[in-house]
Design a protein around this ligand. Structure first.
Ligand SMILES: [Zn+2]
Length: 321
């Protein structure tokens, strides 16, 4: 049966949105290049680098749990000596306690602050922190960590492997798909947008993105950047048509239930403005029918609150006219 969302039929998932099949053991581990491996369970991704005398692990999602260590053991018997946290979120680093206690944990300063505040024993505090960048050289391998400001989350950092031309950035780029709900739950939409350009400034061929079933490419970053700029334009249009939706909302639900009135007004503007974006990207990026309106609405609120766009349009709608 065909499913519809926001009046759009959900087409089959584009082929470009699917990756290699995950074996029945529950995980897939593959070498990308020269000791750099990725692991996926089909929903989450993490990585590790085999060095001369040890292994550098990057993230350990609870969805994979102990399978991360199992995947490393499929490849090498060398000990895990270093653990890099891409960011603080428990769904990506909540299983890092499987690594040896004496492994050196490295993360950006903001990540350290967030973890200190949370006090979650499953996410041990990093031993080494950095502000802007940090080079980790272990047994002939180089990992460059870079922080370019808040994006999906404060502290969310790039891991660049210049020798292998591989870039890891989690929860920002979604190869073959539109970003996750609320623009990948971003804490900073402007920073999220800028990270497409920050990513493309690195020298890389392959990207590990933290989610979904395949690796990313430069083209995936460019495609998502084009989609996100369409969403931004749609959100600007939604701001412009808000006055007419205000009337529509007042007629439809009245003014007494103020939350319902605002919700109706915002959603009507976002739904109308998102329509051409969804039509343009349907069949090219999976999930646009499901989340195109949500992205437009999220961007709309970012523009009106963070960038103070058209404040006269939305801040003080006349409640009694
Ligand atoms: Zn996250």
């Amino acid at each position: 049966m065909t499913q519809t969302v926001s009046g759009f039929e959900i087409p089959p998932i584009p082929r470009n949105a699917t990756g290699p099949r995950v074996p029945s053991c529950g995980y897939l581990v593959q070498e990308i290049k020269d000791g750099v491996h990725w692991i996926t369970d089909g929903g989450y991704q993490c990585a590790f680098v085999v060095c001369e005398d040890g292994v550098v692990a990057i993230d350990a999602p609870p969805s994979l749990g102990g399978l991360v260590t199992q995947a490393i053991r499929d490849v090498t018997s060398k000990p895990v000596t270093h653990v890099v946290y891409t960011h603080s979120h428990g769904d990506h680093i909540g299983a890092v306690n499987q690594f040896p206690d004496d492994a050196i944990r490295i993360a950006q300063r903001e990540t350290h602050s967030i973890l200190l505040e949370s006090g979650d024993p499953a996410r041990r505090l990093p031993d080494v922190t950095f502000k802007d960048s940090y080079r980790l050289e272990v047994g002939g391998r180089v990992l460059d960590l870079h922080y370019k400001g808040s994006n999906h989350a404060p502290g969310n950092s790039f891991v660049h492997l210049p020798q292998q031309r591989i870039l890891m950035l989690v929860d920002v780029i979604y190869p073959g798909w539109v970003p996750f709900t609320n623009i990948a739950q971003s804490k900073n939409i402007r920073g999220f947008m800028a990270h497409h350009d920050h990513a493309l400034a690195f020298d890389f061929d392959t990207m590990i993105t933290g989610h979904l079933t395949r690796l990313g490419t430069r083209e995936d970053v460019e495609t998502q950047r084009a989609y996100m700029h369409d969403i931004r334009r749609a959100a600007q249009h939604a701001l412009e048509i808000t006055p007419e939706k205000r009337e529509l909302a007042r007629e439809a639900v009245g003014l007494d239930h103020i939350y319902l009135y605002f919700k109706t007004m915002y959603e009507a503007a976002a739904a109308e403005a998102a329509r051409p974006v969804i039509e343009k990207w349907s069949g090219r990026l999976a999930g646009v029918e499901t989340l195109g309106v949500n992205h437009t609405l999220t961007m709309y609120h970012s523009l009106r609150l963070d960038e103070n766009a058209e404040p006269h349009v939305v801040f003080f709608p006349p409640l009694a006219t």
